[in-house]
Design a protein around this ligand. Structure first.
Ligand code: ITT
Length: 185
């Protein structure tokens, strides 16, 4: 069985990535590690720079994943600051910022970075949705209770989240590339 090492401090992300890997016959191993994330204007930049930093410490191939919630009416906020904003304002804080706002369009983006001794490669995915008016659902993690796709929040979807998620789309691209590459040696 082929395998991949996934570095994250977030157990919710690991659970999802593991499930997605299982469907394709790839075992995902969790390296639970917090790493320094440099500031930057895009998820791609942050993922690539983070991978370069980790590469100095970890002498084997790995993946990391960087996600962000971009709210149209807030000019893309919290975007690359999603992690900090979740820890400080949280879902209730976002709902307050969105009180009375009609345009609730938002997009969740994911960038997976694969890194080995020769290269860093990036794979991205996104899902469009709207910010709900209140938190709903008990599954998932992070912003899932306030991010709604086709009438259900990601937290209400359970494992169905895997069918639509930004992470799913980025991981699928990565796994396709990774499997082709392993097959061709
Ligand atoms: P890492 O160690 O992997 O960096 P993290 O939780 O800091 O873990 P990110 O910076 O990628 O991960 O995530 C930004 C924020 O967005 C963070 O608060 C997450 O909880 C949240 N988030 C990421 N993916 C999400 C998802 O699928 N659903 C809801 N919230 C998500």
């Amino acid at each position: 069985m082929r395998e991949v090492y996934f570095i994250t401090s977030n157990p919710g992300k690991y659970r999802e990535v593991k499930r997605i890997g299982e469907e394709k016959g790839i075992e995902i191993h969790w390296i639970e590690m917090e790493y320094y994330e440099p500031q930057g204007e895009s998820l791609e930049y942050i993922a690539e720079k983070s991978a370069e930093i980790i590469k100095e410490r970890l002498k084997k191939p790995f993946i990391i994943e960087d996600s962000g919630l971009f709210i149209e009416k807030l000019k893309g906020f919290p975007g690359v600051y999603s992690s900090y904003v979740f820890k400080t304002l949280g879902n209730e804080g976002i709902l307050k910022l969105m009180k009375g706002v009609e345009n609730r369009n938002a997009v969740f983006r994911s960038v997976v970075a694969y890194c080995d001794k020769d290269r860093i490669r990036l794979f991205s995915g996104e899902v469009r949705g709207v910010i709900a008016h209140e938190q709903r659902g008990r599954g998932g993690f992070g912003y899932d209770p306030i991010f709604e796709v086709n009438g259900r929040t990601l937290a209400e979807m359970g494992k169905d989240k895997d069918r639509v998620s930004h992470r799913r789309k980025a991981m699928e691209k990565f796994l396709k590339w990774y499997m082709n590459r392993s097959e061709s040696g």
